[in-house]
Design a protein around this ligand. Structure first.
Ligand SMILES: NC(=O)c1ccc[n+]([C@@H]2O[C@H](COP(=O)([O-])OP(=O)(O)OC[C@H]3O[C@@H](n4cnc5c(N)ncnc54)[C@H](O)[C@@H]3O)[C@@H](O)[C@H]2O)c1
Length: 255
């Protein structure tokens, strides 16, 4: 893909399934990748894989719910790799429960990670992009934001918020050549999905229900998502902004 060589790309939750695949894919396109995760060990594993393949990446411990940690890790990234060209807000967390059985402390955690965390990252990174008049932002939401999803009420609300936020920022920053787009995974084979399934009465049955509902007949794999995220981070997507795409094997076809 065009325009990624030597670009500085920051991926939150880069130590996880979709984030790890995304970091590796950006690195294979010649980008310098900052792998952000609150779990430094998993971020370092991703960096080791990239380095072994001849790529350029560095791991940064960063809990995106903590603004001071975000500011420090963004400053460390810019000192080590250079100004940030591409930001991927990918870190996320979910708990699978009917809304009436959830408790406010769970809402607080869901909102902090899935919505406030992205706000912190955007607030820290956008001013530099605006000054340099270049930026690519990709926010990873969910099909739960587009079509709703039983058992994921507050998570869906956060992801829906991320969609609306992205469209607004796309408008506010278009004249600075900053694009903001949203990739919505459907059920994807990662630790997050296994965790969600564990909350169900029969986890294997839930996973099979997801799989059989997907027109293309399989769960998403992290690389399926990385393909779309890297596209929106590249100059091949320079004329696309404020858009939302589902990468779900056709699970949802709304809008
Ligand atoms: N897997 C799915 O089925 C699915 C479906 C829809 C949307 N998504 C979204 O895709 C994104 C990636 O999820 P995944 O499936 O790869 O999950 P994952 O659990 O494999 O990875 C998530 C990563 O985020 C990190 N993280 C969590 N909280 C953090 C915090 N406060 N600060 C920094 N890092 C933090 C975790 O340590 C982990 O490495 C998430 O935003 C998720 O909501 C996933």
């Amino acid at each position: 893909m065009r325009g990624l060589k030597d670009k500085v790309v920051l991926v939150t939750g880069g130590g996880g399934g979709i984030g790890g695949a995304t970091c590796s894919r950006f690195a294979s396109e010649g980008a310098k990748v900052a792998v952000f995760d609150m779990n430094l060990e998993s971020a370092q594993k991703v960096v080791d894989g990239i380095t072994a393949a001849g790529g350029n990446a560095a791991a940064f411990k960063c809990d995106i719910t903590n603004r001071a940690e975000v500011d420090a890790a963004v400053a460390a990234t810019e000192a080590q790799l250079g100004p940030i060209d591409v930001l991927v807000n990918n870190a996320g967390w979910d708990v699978f429960k009917p809304f009436v059985k959830t408790v406010p402390s769970e809402w607080d955690k869901l909102i902090a990670i899935n919505l406030t965390g992205a706000l912190h990252m955007l607030h820290a990174v956008l001013p530099g992009m605006a000054e340099r008049k270049y930026g690519r932002i990709v926010n990873v939401a969910s099909d739960a934001a587009r079509g709703g999803s039983s058992g994921e009420a507050v998570y869906s609300a956060c992801k829906g918020g991320l969609v609306a936020l992205s469209k607004t920022l796309a408008r506010e920053h278009a004249r600075q050549s900053i694009t903001v787009n949203v990739v919505c995974p459907g059920p994807t084979d990662t630790a997050l999905l296994s965790g969600v399934a564990e909350g169900a009465r029969d986890p294997a049955k839930l996973i099979e229900a997801f799989r059989s509902a997907i027109p293309l007949g399989r769960l998403g794999q992290p690389d399926d998502l990385a393909n779309a995220i890297v596209f929106f981070g590249s100059d091949d997507a320079a004329f696309i902004t404020g858009q939302v795409i589902s990468v779900s094997g056709g699970l949802t076809m709304v809008g």
